[in-house]
Design a protein around this ligand. Structure first.
Ligand code: PLP
Length: 382
């Protein structure tokens, strides 16, 4: 069966043209940024809708800047010559390592877990046992929206005094084991992206969540030139504010987030049912958030991945290979990062394929993608 072109990514950005009344209100107020009234409404709506009313958040102009600010904040008392490293996975997006370097640190790469593809507890424990005194922060990634166990990062803080920043860029819509929004109640900063390609998009944007209202207040000041008093810098500063128009898009898009997250979760289950002989990421929470569907080629097929994906392209199906090359394989990061041995990262990255998973897809489209994927694999290896 053919169902026509299947794009790799679908966007969920509110229609600006449907928000004329609200745009008029912004124009009449003359307030376009600086944590204005629409932004305030959006932040409250995020806390009540996503985090059950628990905690605080501040919007940012994109998640990468949000990660930089959060890393800079949790390490603000650190002597970089004593503690040069930030412990993080290599199996993530380049933005994460860039943020570490911009914050003045060296990424130290840990391996991932073979089931969940998130930073491995064993690898973390091993590195901390020998190098904790040189580590300024721990920086896990909730890989592909997977709701990682955050409890152990509180334990690490208690044992080693090392704070955490969580890269939850692709996690909006993800639920933890208790069924709460991923991150609910966590005392360290968690950074979400609102890029056009994420579950809730505003174009460029994001927000930092924490259960610690005082921390969010200081992060808000950092994002506004470090002004904790009027035009008086008292802390590291940058401009990371979200424009009112973006907050308006977020506020409207938020109304559809739960329905879209549910739909994507159902489609993800169809992929798993449709391709029972392939390996998928283990889901740690009650629900993952999906931007696309990551799947692993069997080891014997990994060397034929390019050819498999070329066949998918011939069938007009968009695919990608997040995160291959992984960070320790990228030229810019090689001389600027420290790495441990990464056998699981190497294996998963070399065989991973990202299949399309958009909320407008139907079960027929998923079936078509699975059929074409299986056929492409059979033609290239077996
Ligand atoms: C999307 C993404 C980012 C970057 O978010 P922006 O808002 O585009 O800056 C960072 N890390 C991961 C893992 C992502 O998926």
């Amino acid at each position: 069966m053919r169902v026509g072109q299947v794009p790799f990514l679908e966007t969920n950005v509110a229609q600006l043209s449907g928000l004329l009344r609200e745009i008029n209100e912004i124009e009449e107020s003359g307030i376009y940024s600086n944590y204005g009234p629409v932004n305030t409404k959006f932040e409250s709506a995020l806390i009540s809708t996503v985090f059950g009313g628990v905690g605080s958040c501040v919007t940012v102009c994109n998640a990468t800047i949000g990660l930089m600010i959060a890393l800079k904040y949790v390490t603000r008392h650190v002597d970089r010559s004593q503690k040069p490293y930030v412990l993080m996975p290599s199996f993530t997006f380049a933005a994460a390592a860039h943020a570490v370097i911009w914050a003045g640190f060296t990424p130290l790469f840990a391996d991932i877990d073979p089931q969940s593809w998130t930073m491995s507890a064993e690898s973390e424990a091993q590195i901390l046992a020998s190098q904790a005194s040189k580590i300024a922060a721990i920086f896990p990634y909730a890989a592909f929206g997977n709701a990682i166990d955050l409890g152990r990062y509180i334990d690490f803080y208690e044992s080693y005094g090392i704070p955490t920043v969580v890269d939850a860029a692709s996690s909006l819509g993800s639920l933890n084991l208790a069924g709460h929004g991923f991150g609910t109640g966590f005392p360290f900063p968690i950074v979400f992206s609102l890029h056009a390609t994420k579950a809730l998009g505003v174009g460029e944007g994001g927000f930092i969540y924490s259960d610690d209202a005082g921390m969010i207040q200081q992060l808000r000041a950092m994002g506004n030139f470090g002004f904790e008093r009027p035009r008086h810098a008292t802390i590291d500063g940058i401009n990371s504010k979200m424009p009112e128009i973006s907050a308006l898009l977020g506020l409207d898009g938020l109304k559809r987030l739960e329905a879209i997250s549910r739909k994507k979760d159902e489609l993800a289950q169809m992929y798993r049912d449709c391709l029972p002989d392939f390996t998928f990421q283990t889901v740690l929470g009650r629900r993952s958030a999906y931007q696309f569907m990551p799947v692993l080629l069997p080891e014997r097929g990994a060397s034929r991945r390019d050819q498999v994906l070329a066949r998918m392209k011939d069938s007009q199906i968009g695919t990608a290979t997040y995160f291959s090359p992984h960070l320790a394989e990228q030229k810019y990061f090689v001389p600027r990062a420290e790495t441990t041995s990464l056998p699981v990262t190497d294996r998963i990255a070399s065989g991973v394929v990202s299949l399309p998973l958009g909320h407008r897809m139907t079960s027929d489209t998923i079936q078509f993608v699975c059929d074409e994927f299986r056929r492409s694999c059979q033609q290239e290896f077996n």
